[in-house]
Design a protein around this ligand. Structure first.
Ligand SMILES: Cc1cc2nc3c(=O)[nH]c(=O)nc-3n(C[C@H](O)[C@H](O)[C@H](O)COP(=O)(O)OP(=O)(O)OC[C@H]3O[C@@H](n4cnc5c(N)ncnc54)[C@H](O)[C@@H]3O)c2cc1C
Length: 407
């Protein structure tokens, strides 16, 4: 395959920015066009759901200032409307066409809208980008009643931000517990207890049966919840429309191989919009929505667009903040069948998740502040090394996990 002379990146989030900079770091001197679909400068998304009382502000993605110096053409506030594979070009909403030798889709994801009886419920706000966050926090005031539908990461982080502002906050979760998809039960229970301490009201195992025009939320058991603001945090949908339109393979995201190449050898996809086979987990296909994965995948895809063929095998890593509690997850706890607990002190614990053969496949921890960070980092290295650590050693808080790495 010939060396590319022009590369187009669609989306200037964490993934797209990192891809553009990596191309230059790798010595690529050809053209780069970065299509940024939003009107504000590229910004980090995690701070949007964890704002201090000073409110919402833009935190630029690290390296954005370098983009300007690296001869990268940024198309601000422009959306790609179509991809023409036959002519290897993309069209922008303003009619402009840009040709590519290689194309990267870094289009991210969008929140899932709340549907009841086949109708989208407009009263339930969604939360993903700066505009959503600004509109939400601009109207929140202490006398307001906020109802959050969905007890996942976004819903609960926003519940914490709302309680900091003394907003009456209710969370509705249809599953039997909070954070069901990604967080082990014991840690999820501690997070729930912390929210209850802050007077968040919960309706768990309850679905919403209707929402009136005056924002009365009625649950399946007949309970009415009067609300001033309603927010749905019920998961997200990968932005695959462009890929669908040009007939790439889609399956819970744009389907890519372990180098982020799609079913078209000149088109790549990475970050929240793609589903990829993870080399560390027996090529199991997954889609990650995490800040660090988006960066690492953008960098990996950039190298692959220049010809690298090594498979992506970074350990997944995610964090979430709730008041003074920080949750961190490395690897995939859901792949474990055995769990070993390491209590660091009364408030800080790490759970190690091992598969049937005793291989460490995940670690999840919760602490006040950042006390678990070092151990989670070491666990991540053990997971990356495909280690089979001694379980008693994992449980012993006095034993430095570094010694297991050496073993
Ligand atoms: C509120 C919030 C809080 C989060 N908190 C955490 C956290 O605490 N920890 C953690 O690990 N992760 C967190 N995440 C997840 C993390 O931020 C995302 O996984 C990451 O930002 C994804 O990066 P991305 O570049 O793949 O996608 P995005 O950041 O979504 O960027 C995609 C960009 O592509 C643009 N785009 C889409 N279609 C087009 C088009 N046709 N033309 C032009 N542009 C287009 C979009 O407008 C967007 O700007 C959070 C996410 C959100 C939304």
């Amino acid at each position: 395959m010939s060396d590319p002379r022009s590369i187009v990146i669609i989306g200037a989030g964490e993934c797209g920015i990192r891809a553009a900079l990596t191309l230059r770091d790798e010595g690529y001197t050809g053209e780069i066009a970065l299509i940024h679909g939003e009107a504000v400068e590229p910004y980090e998304k995690p701070p949007l759901s964890k704002p201090g009382l000073e409110g919402i502000s833009i935190k630029p993605i690290s390296g954005t200032d370098r983009v300007l110096k690296e001869n990268i053409a940024v198309y601000h506030d422009q959306r790609v409307t179509t991809i023409e594979r036959a002519t290897k070009s993309v069209s922008l909403a303003n009619g402009e066409m840009i040709s590519y030798d290689r194309l990267l889709l870094a289009t991210g994801a969008r929140p899932r809208a709340l549907m009841i009886d086949g109708h989208e419920i407009q009263q339930a706000r969604l939360f993903r980008d700066y505009a959503d966050a600004k509109a939400f926090f601009d109207v929140l005031s202490p006398d307001y009643r906020l109802t959050i539908i969905g007890g996942g990461f976004i819903g609960l982080e926003l519940a914490a931000a709302a309680r900091q502002r003394r907003v009456q906050t209710t969370v509705i979760e249809s599953a039997t517990r909070l954070l069901g998809r990604a967080v082990p039960e014991g840690l999820a229970a501690r997070i729930e207890a912390r929210h209850r301490e802050e007077q968040v009201h919960f309706h768990i195992g309850q679905s919403v049966s209707s929402i009136s025009p005056t924002r009365k939320v009625t649950l399946a058991d007949g309970t009415d919840i009067m609300s001033d603001i309603i927010l749905a945090g019920i998961g997200s949908i990968p932005n695959t429309e462009l890929a669908e339109q040009c007939r790439l393979t889609i399956d819970n995201g744009v389907v890519v191989d372990a180098t982020f190449r799609t079913s078209d050898p000149d088109i790549f996809a990475a970050g929240d919009c793609c589903s990829f086979p993870h080399a560390l987990y027996g090529m199991k296909r997954m889609r990650l929505e995490s800040w660090r994965a988006a960066q690492e995948q953008g960098a990996h895809a950039a190298r692959a667009m220049l010809g690298a063929s090594d498979p992506y095998q970074s350990v997944p890593w995610f964090w979430s903040d709730h008041y003074d509690l920080t949750l961190q997850i490395a690897g995939l706890p859901s792949e474990g069948v055995t769990m070993v607990t390491r209590m660091l002190d009364d408030e800080s614990e790490i759970l190690f998740h091992l598969d049937a053969e005793g291989r460490l496949v995940g670690a999840s921890g919760l602490s006040r502040g950042n006390k678990i960070a070092k151990d989670i980092r070491l666990a991540e290295m053990l997971i990356a090394n495909r280690s089979y650590p001694d379980q008693q050693a994992l449980a012993d808080p006095k034993l430095n996990l570094k010694s297991l790495l050496k073993a």
